[in-house]
Design a protein around this ligand. Structure first.
Ligand SMILES: Nc1ncnc2c1ncn2[C@@H]1O[C@H](COP(=O)(O)OP(=O)(O)OP(=O)(O)O)[C@@H](O)[C@H]1O
Length: 254
């Protein structure tokens, strides 16, 4: 899926335009208030921009401008899934039924949507928690269930807004590894403050400053040759000379 977005939100000082290629994870970086969450909200259908257009392949998500009726698809009709900082699971449903909710809403039978849920719970390595209520989960477990729930809906575009922020620091590497595995081949926008998330998960980064794109390119290229003060500070001390880190870590020195 190719995602294209152009949007202006004057009251938030936002004016951006970019594309996410099929199967590409793009990390949105930038200081507090730069506009990252606003981009996610617009893409998910939670915030209406003053003007702009977004599409996922040939499906127009919105097309708005002055003096015409325009197009605005509601969140559930977009084919996007949002994974937020907090897992936001339905407290009255079991873990399995939380994950089954998306496929069930999309018209799958109760039995088939539960099978889909169990497949994604297994992929997120939390199959043993299927019968629990969300209140009986740790923060890390709840985020894994939230990942399973987002993917069970089979989104055309996955929006991750700081999915690691609420986690204990010790739980972050395992969550990063899970995301690395399940994001492969999907079109994803990842908001993060952590350069390690961008390096591990995103092939491209976009840096926002006061609602504008000020830097973008391949993650390692941008980090190795930062053009803005923000990116220079973000990557200070990062050693990018070891080559790309795979699941087994960087290649050993010769
Ligand atoms: N609900 C809101 N109402 C009005 N203005 C808002 C609202 N949420 C954010 N803003 C403003 O919009 C601008 C962009 O904020 P946004 O939350 O998108 O930034 P961000 O890059 O996600 O920041 P952070 O890293 O702190 O989460 C900021 O100037 C912010 O003050």
């Amino acid at each position: 899926m190719t995602f294209t977005l152009a949007a202006v939100v004057a009251r938030r000082g936002l004016d951006v335009s970019f594309t996410v290629a099929p199967g590409e994870t793009v990390a949105l970086l930038g200081s507090n208030g730069a506009g990252k969450s606003t981009v996610v909200e617009i893409s998910a259908g939670l915030l209406r921009p003053d003007s702009g257009r977004a599409s996922l392949d040939d499906r127009v998500l919105f097309d708005l401008g002055a003096g015409r009726p325009g197009v605005w698809l509601p969140p559930h009709a977009r084919g996007t899934a949002l994974l937020a900082q907090e897992p936001l699971l339905f407290p009255h449903l079991s873990v399995r039924d939380n994950v089954a909710f998306g496929p069930r809403s999309a018209g799958e039978s109760r039995a088939r949507s539960r099978e889909t849920a169990d497949e994604w719970l297994a992929a997120a390595e939390v199959a043993d928690l299927a019968d629990r209520r969300p209140t009986a989960l740790s923060g890390g477990q709840a985020q894994r269930v939230a990942v399973a729930r987002a993917l069970a809906a089979d989104p055309r575009l996955l929006l991750l807004d700081e999915p690691m922020t609420a986690l204990d620091v010790a739980a972050v590497p395992a969550q990063r590894r899970l995301l690395h595995r399940v994001l492969a081949g999907r079109s994803v926008i990842l908001v993060t403050h952590d350069p390690l998330d961008a390096l591990a998960l995103a092939s491209r980064v976009i840096v926002l400053e006061r609602g504008r794109i000020v830097e973008e390119g391949a993650t390692r290229t941008v980090f190795a040759h930062p053009q803005t003060e923000f990116t220079r500070a973000l990557t200070f001390g990062l050693d990018l000379s070891a080559g790309p880190a795979g699941p087994a870590g960087p290649a050993p020195a010769p």
